[in-house]
Design a protein around this ligand. Structure first.
Ligand code: SF4
Length: 204
């Protein structure tokens, strides 16, 4: 289930994401946070910058830190995998209407990008991942993931999604013994969602 609120962290200083990375390391190595989530929120004025109330901001930032920590924990295992998939959210497409020329395969289900717009985030992600040998899925929703994983037997998966969905998918990959890496959306919603393409590139 996605968050019940929307947020946009895409305009926050890049030092905020450095702080999240550091906090993920701290949890991974020392089993505790260096800075508390509340301190990070206060330092970068996340609630003012995003309009989130404090409890929602805490939830989002806590999830970002936990995802970072989990990525670190799984990284070595992931690097040893060969057969990999990338799951992308369809809501990051440039267009959500018929201006998007992607075809839809209902059997999987997934969209297949037709590369109609050079500045489309999904186009960029698909191009990078396919060059690296990934099978790429542009999913209409997270509920498709179990079916794909059971059918395809991937060793490693990278998922781009909102924090809540990443946590659920993380439970599934853990159960199935699949090495996972995740890139959280930094702008959520039903359309024009956003993730950092440089972060994806470094993870793939
Ligand atoms: S580049 Fe791909 S995902 Fe983006 S709008 Fe075009 S067909 Fe759709």
């Amino acid at each position: 289930m996605p968050y019940k609120f929307t947020f946009d962290l895409s305009r926050i200083s890049r030092f905020f994401f450095t702080e999240i990375t550091k906090a993920g390391y701290q949890i991974n190595i020392h089993r505790k946070m260096g800075r508390t989530v509340q301190e990070i929120i206060k330092k970068f004025r996340i609630d003012e910058a995003t309009g989130l109330n404090l409890s929602d901001a805490v939830l989002v930032i806590q999830d970002l830190v936990e995802i970072q920590a989990r990525n670190l924990l799984e990284r070595q295992k992931f690097l040893q995998t060969r057969k990999r998939a990338l799951f992308l959210p369809h809501c990051s497409r440039k267009y959500m209407d018929n201006r998007c020329k992607a075809s839809f395969d209902p059997n999987i289900p997934t969209y297949r990008c037709a590369h109609c717009s050079q500045d489309c985030l999904i186009n960029k992600a698909v191009s990078i991942a396919e060059k690296k040998g990934y099978d790429v899925y542009i999913l209409p929703g997270g509920s498709c993931i179990p079916k794909i994983l059971k059918a395809k037997h991937y060793e490693g998966v990278v998922g781009v999604a909102c924090g809540e969905e990443i946590k659920m998918a993380g439970e599934l990959t853990k159960e199935m013994g699949i090495a996972g890496q995740a890139i959280p959306l930094i702008k959520n919603g039903c359309a024009n969602t956003f993730f950092n393409i440089e972060t994806l590139y470094s993870v793939l």
